[in-house]
Design a protein around this ligand. Structure first.
Ligand code: FAD
Length: 308
């Protein structure tokens, strides 16, 4: 069995594995796809100390760093169940889709999240070429250019306020008749001169010239199709944590995030969690790596206190 078994090979999982291995712990890492969301990212300019890089390049660097140590890396495998240990001296068990199972004294869950997509033509094709999901990450790429934000909940309205300070103009599209964001955010949004809010506006297609986004078509309240000329489309209709397989095993928030305390401990002793899959605020690479390190140090602290 492992001392520490990390689930996930994104920034949080990679960092957790390096920290565990450096403590001399028997460490395993299971990932469906090493790199996680970073593999889907084009330019990254906010991972401190790396001025600019590309997602696959950073993901390869994470993997190389993990493989520098004695970590058993198991990729292309999906975890389907967590069976917490019974009693103080037992082992936690992780079932894999392949039918195999792995046992460990501690578990670090770092299975990340995925952005909910609009599911319209052009979205997949122009992802990272004008279709974006993270205003903190990609906002500065659209400096002085017009963009759309799709989604009128808190994250959509926050994104529109954030982007309004950077881009030339923001059009916020809300599918329903009203914005769903908190009133203070809506008031702030309406006070901004370079923001237009369109309700009952259903995005139907994202257009491009083969290289990048050039516009967006939506169906308005009148039922007719309208076109907007924009350079960027920020989709803000929800972030889904990859935690469906953990339901019932430990405490999840109403949004499906793994509930963690400030030591990355979950509701199950010996099971820790880090990164986008958890309740930690702000889903970013630099935060996920920090959380992964923290989860590993907490696992170490837990292990040295286990009865001999
Ligand atoms: P993830 O990166 O989501 O990794 C999850 C890992 O878990 C993967 O290895 C996955 O295969 C694995 N996994 C999931 N479920 C299972 C399972 N059941 N069994 C086994 N393995 C599983 N952040 C920035 O800081 N800067 C940026 O510029 C930036 N740009 C972004 C652009 C895009 C298009 C996207 C989508 C995100 C961007 N982000 C950016 C956000 C950043 O990528 C995430 O915050 C970060 O990757 C989260 O790391 P994580 O390790 O928690 O999860």
């Amino acid at each position: 069995p492992f001392d520490v078994l990390v689930l996930g090979g994104g920034p949080a999982g990679a960092s957790a594995a390096v920290y565990a291995a450096r403590k001399g712990l028997r460490t395993g890492l299971v990932a469906e796809r090493f790199g996680g969301q970073v593999m889907d990212t084009a330019g990254i300019e906010n991972f401190i100390s790396v001025k600019e890089t590309e997602g696959p390049h950073l993901a390869a660097a994470f993997e190389a760093h993990v493989r520098q140590y004695d970590v058993e890396v198991i990729t292309s495998q999906r975890a389907t169940k967590l069976v917490p240990k019974q009693g103080e001296t037992g082992l936690h068990e992780i079932a894999l889709e392949s039918g195999a199972s792995l046992r460990s004294k501690t578990i670090i869950l770092a299975t990340g999240a995925r952005w909910r997509q609009l599911g319209v033509p052009g979205e997949k094709e122009y992802m990272t070429k004008g279709v974006a999901y993270c205003p903190h990450c990609d906002g500065p790429f659209y400096k002085g250019r017009p963009v759309v934000v799709a989604g009128g909940g808190n994250s959509g309205v926050e994104a529109a306020i954030d982007l309004a300070g950077i881009v030339s103009h923001v059009t916020l599209l809300q599918r329903g008749g009203q914005l769903k964001a908190d009133k203070v955010l809506q008031d702030k949004l309406h006070s901004l001169k370079n923001v237009t809010v369109l309700t009952n506006a259903l995005t139907s297609e994202i257009q491009g010239n083969g290289k990048e986004v050039t516009g967006l078509t939506y169906q308005g309240a009148d039922g007719a199709a309208h076109e907007l000329k924009v350079d960027g489309v920020f989709v803000q209709i929800g972030l889904l944590p990859n935690t469906e397989w953990l339901q019932g095993a430990l405490d999840l928030s109403p949004y499906g995030e793994i509930v963690v305390n400030d030591h990355c401990a979950t509701s199950v002793p010996g099971v820790f969690a880090a990164g986008d899959a958890t309740t930690v605020p702000y889903k970013q690479i630099v935060i996920a790596t920090g959380e992964g390190a923290k989860a590993s140090l907490s696992a170490f602290d837990y292990l040295i206190r286990l009865p001999v």
